[in-house]
Design a binder for this molecule. Structure first.
Ligand SMILES: O=C(O)CCC(=O)C(=O)O
Length: 332
């Protein structure tokens, strides 16, 4: 287990990082959606809102004003133009280069080679295990070179900004790679921890996202002991006896194709499924709008784990926040 200043704990490389602090999700794909074939979409999900807006050439100011401040998701069609990852990151690449590395899901250990093969032949009946998420900093830090040039998100993000001392963000997984296949469902409808914004780029294949705005929380049946997890365990065939108000929830659906990036601000409920082999790059974002909430959350962890350090560390973070504000005001 890894323990750090933030008070977050997770087995290295095992639990989903942004999604739960201490444990893996309760199920892996296939187990939680046994009766949801790929081409079946419940009317509850289908008869919903129009898809998510698609934009190109978005500036940091437009991202902030049109989407973050208004709490709206957006798909950027050109955010990652020129990234080497789009050409290079294939199942074969991960198999050849990193095949021997392993990940544990629900007590079973899988190699990346095994998963790379499995996602190619995955079926609804025998789906590749998911979430097969690999923390880039832990597994393959050298791959960040494939994520250039800088996107609009890199420009506003403070987590991976060199000005941000690493010790303060140690408990947050900042970026990760997901390998999935047909029948790979993200097992829980959830909101990301620590008030993070989320950005996910489809690098290979496609993946479908189901997004619910923060004002839909009354229909999400948050678990009493884990309010960021919905009690509804299968959005495609929800148990409406148990969760009748889920029928009122409005879902924005979006299919990401290779080269697309979806962004959704903090507080959005989300889950995913893959229609075929899929490689995505997910990134957690902290910008000026969720900086305070992120620090408050982090501070709670510090206070529990390192009470003497908490106040001085927070004072330093406030200074760093001031420096970010000044720098960003000049640039954007
Ligand atoms: O990409 C996925 O399958 C889900 C990612 C997700 O839910 C997250 O990063 O919080």
């Amino acid at each position: 287990m890894e323990r750090d200043m933030t008070g977050l704990m997770f087995p290295a490389g095992a639990a989903h990082p942004k999604f739960g602090n201490t444990e893996s999700p309760d199920h892996v794909s296939g187990a939680s959606h046994p009766s949801a074939p790929m081409n079946y979409i419940s009317p509850l999900v289908d008869n919903t809102l129009p898809g998510v807006e698609r934009r190109a050439d978005l500036s940091p100011r437009e991202l902030l004003e049109d989407y973050v401040r208004k709490s709206r998701p957006v798909v950027l069609t050109d955010a990652v133009k020129g990234w080497r990852a789009l050409e290079k990151w294939t199942p074969e690449f991960f198999k050849e280069r990193y095949g021997k590395l392993t990940k544990e899901i629900k007590g079973r250990t899988y190699s990346i080679a095994e998963q790379a093969d499995w996602i190619m032949r995955s079926t609804e009946e025998n789906p590749a295990p998911y979430p097969f998420n690999l923390n880039i900093e832990h597994y393959f830090p050298e791959l960040v070179e494939d994520l250039r040039p800088q996107t609009v998100f890199d420009k506003v993000d403070r987590l991976l900004n060199p000005m941000m001392p690493k010790m303060f963000t140690k408990g947050t997984i900042k970026h990760e790679i997901f390998l999935g296949g047909l029948g790979s469902y993200f097992p829980i409808l959830h909101v990301d921890v620590q008030s993070l914004h989320t950005q996910i780029t489809q690098v290979y294949g496609s993946k479908e996202f189901f997004l619910y705005a923060p004002d839909q929380t009354p229909y999400m049946y948050p678990k009493p002991d884990r309010p960021l997890y919905s009690g509804v365990d299968n959005i495609f065939a929800p148990d409406l006896q148990q969760y009748p108000d889920f029928a009122k929830a409005k879902c924005h659906k979006v299919m990401l194709e290779a080269g697309d990036t979806v962004f959704f601000p903090t507080g959005w409920w989300h889950t995913t499924r893959s229609p075929g082999p899929s490689i995505s790059y997910g990134r957690a974002l902290v910008d000026r709008t969720n900086w305070g909430a992120y620090l408050d959350d982090t501070y709670r962890g510090w206070k529990a784990q390192r009470p003497l350090m908490a106040a001085p560390a927070m004072a330093l973070c406030k200074v760093i926040g001031g420096a970010f504000n000044a720098m960003e005001a000049m640039r954007y």
